[in-house]
Write a protein that binds this ligand. Structure first.
Ligand SMILES: Cc1ncc(COP(=O)(O)O)c(C=O)c1O
Length: 429
C-alpha cells in the first residue's frame, strides 16, 4: 500500500484555503486534500497522488469523471451560452427523460440542489393538503433546509414523534412542524399518521435510508396509508434516482410515490435537481391551473440550466446502454462480498449494508433496521478505517462507498487490497 505524500504545492493551496474558508474547506468532507482532476473511476490530488475514487463527488459522477460523451455534450452547449432563465430544449428533453424513467413522474420542476428539491416537494405537499406538518424518519437525510435537518442525527434520540433540530440557526418553531417516526417500523409510522392526520401534509422518506434497506412491506405501508388519506408520499431519490435502477428506488422496490426529489446523477456533475411527480401534485406549480392563492411559488436563477441539462442527458444516455446496470451491480456486489470476507478474516465486528451501487461497513453486529441500530456502529473504528483507506489511495465518503459504471473488476480487486490493510488496522485498534 503506497502512502500518500503531500507536496509543498498542495500544502500551500491548503493553507490558502484555511485563510479564506471556514475550517479550511467547503464544509463537505473531514479530510484535507485538494483534488486536481478526475478521470473515470480515479482522481488525482495536487501532489499527484492517485486515488481509486469511490466518493464520486458525493454521487453525481455515476458514469465516472470526465466521461467523453458528457464532456462533449457540455462543450457543445457551453459554446452556445451558459444560462438564459427561459426554457431551453436540453432542459425540456431532460424533463421528458425523467418522465419516461420515473414511475411517479408526470411533470418535472427543475431546481439547483437536492436540498431545494426536498424543500419544494414538502411545500407542494402542504399546498395540496392545506396542512402544515411533514413526517420524516429519524436518521433520514434530506439535505440542509430547515425542515430537513430535523432528527437526522440526534445525539440523544427523544420520544417519537418529537423532532429536534440538527443544527444551530433553525427557529424553535420549525421543530413543531415536523413529526419523527422510526424507519422500518410500519406500525408506529402508520399509527402516528392516523393520529396526526388533521395536521399532516405528507411523508418524506429515503426509500433506502442512508445504508439501511427498507424491510419488506414498509414502503408499501406508507404508500397505502398516505393514499387513503390523500396525503403526499415523497421519496427522496436524490441519491437513489437513476442509480438503484434507471427508474430509481421506486423501480427497484416497486412502490410509486406521489412526488420524488431528484439530484446528483440528473445533473451529470453540474448543479441541477428536480421535483418530479404526479400531475395532481405538480399542478401546484401552475398558478394558471390552481389559482394564485393556492399555487406554490418557485423561481430559480439557474433552474433548468442548459449546460447541466446537457450533462444530465448525456449521463442518462450512457446509463441506458445495455449491460450498464448489470456491470454496476456486478462490480458493486463483488466489492460488498469482498468486504464481508475481509471483516471475517480480521475478526472485526461489522457488516456491509446498502446495495451494490452504494454501501458501507457498519461496525456493529446488531441487526440494523433503523437510526438507533445504526448508531451502535463503532465510530472510532470507522474513523480508523476511513483514514487507512485514504492513506492507501482510496477516496470514499465518511459513511459511503459509491461505485461508478467506470470502475472495473480490477479496480474493485485493487480497492479490496487497500481495504484488507485498513481492516487489519481496525482489528488491532
Ligand atoms: C438523500 C439526500 N437528499 C438530499 C440531499 C441534498 O442534496 P444537495 O447536497 O444537492 O443539496 C442529499 C445529499 O447528499 C441526500 O443524500
Amino acid at each position: 500500500m503506497t502512502q500518500r505524500a503531500v507536496t509543498d504545492t498542495e500544502s500551500a493551496i491548503a493553507e490558502r484555503a484555511r485563510n479564506v474558508l471556514p475550517a479550511g474547506g467547503f464544509g463537505n468532507v473531514t479530510f484535507d486534500i485538494v483534488i486536481r482532476e478526475g478521470r473515470g473511476g480515479r482522481a488525482w490530488d495536487e501532489s499527484g497522488n492517485e486515488y481509486l475514487d469511490f466518493l464520486l463527488g458525493s454521487g453525481p459522477m455515476l458514469v465516472g469523471h470526465a466521461h467523453p460523451d458528457v464532456t462533449a455534450a457540455v462543450q457543445e452547449q457551453v459554446s452556445k451560452g451558459s444560462t438564459f432563465f427561459v426554457n431551453n430544449e436540453a432542459g425540456i428533453q431532460l424533463a421528458e427523460a425523467i418522465v419516461d424513467a420515473m414511475a411517479c413522474a408526470e411533470k418535472v420542476r427543475f431546481l439547483s440542489s437536492g436540498s431545494e428539491a426536498t424543500f419544494y416537494a414538502m411545500r407542494v405537499a402542504r399546498a395540496h393538503r392545506q396542512r402544515g406538518k411533514i413526517m420524516k424518519f429519524e436518521g433520514g437525510f434530506h439535505g440542509m433546509n430547515d425542515y430537513a435537518l430535523m432528527s437526522m442525527a440526534p445525539v440523544r434520540p427523544g420520544n417519537f414523534p418529537q423532532a429536534t433540530a440538527d443544527t444551530a440557526g433553525i427557529p424553535d418553531s420549525v421543530s413543531d412542524e415536523i413529526l419523527i417516526a422510526p424507519f422500518n417500523d410500519a406500525a408506529t409510522a402508520v399509527s402516528l399518521i392516523y393520529e396526526h392526520q388533521d395536521d399532516l401534509a405528507g411523508v418524506i422518506v429515503e426509500p433506502l435510508q442512508r445504508m439501511i434497506p427498507p424491510e419488506p412491506g414498509f414502503l408499501e405501508a406508507l404508500r397505502e396509508v398516505t393514499q387513503e388519506l390523500d396525503m403526499a408520499l415523497i421519496f427522496d431519490e436524490v441519491v437513489t434516482g437513476f442509480r438503484f435502477a434507471y427508474g430509481g428506488a421506486q423501480e427497484l422496490y416497486g412502490v410509486t410515490p406521489d412526488l420524488c426529489a431528484l439530484g446528483k446523477v440528473i445533473g451529470g456533475g453540474y448543479p441541477l435537481s428536480a421535483v418530479a411527480g404526479r400531475e395532481e401534485f405538480m399542478k401546484y406549480f401552475d398558478a394558471g391551473e390552481v389559482g394564485a392563492e393556492n399555487a406554490v411559488k418557485q423561481i430559480g436563477t439557474l433552474s433548468g440550466n442548459p449546460v447541466a441539462a446537457a450533462a444530465g442527458l448525456a449521463t442518462l444516455e450512457i446509463l441506458k446502454q445495455p449491460g450498464t446496470f448489470e456491470h454496476l451491480f456486478a462490480t458493486g456486489q463483488r466489492f460488498m462480498d469482498g468486504l464481508t470476507s475481509l471483516i471475517g478474516k480480521h475478526s472485526v465486528r461489522g457488516q456491509v449494508r446498502g446495495v451494490p451501487p452504494m454501501f458501507d461497513i457498519l461496525f456493529t453486529d446488531v441487526d440494523v433496521k433503523d437510526y438507533r441500530g445504526a448508531s451502535q456502529s463503532n465510530g472510532a473504528k470507522l474513523k480508523v478505517f476511513n483514514e487507512q483507506v485514504l492513506a492507501g489511495g482510496l477516496l470514499k465518503g465518511d459513511n459511503k462507498f459509491y461505485v461508478s459504471t467506470a470502475h472495473t473488476i480490477d479496480d474493485i480487486d485493487e480497492a479490496l487490497v487497500i481495504c484488507d490493510a485498513a481492516l487489519a488496522a481496525v482489528g488491532k485498534a
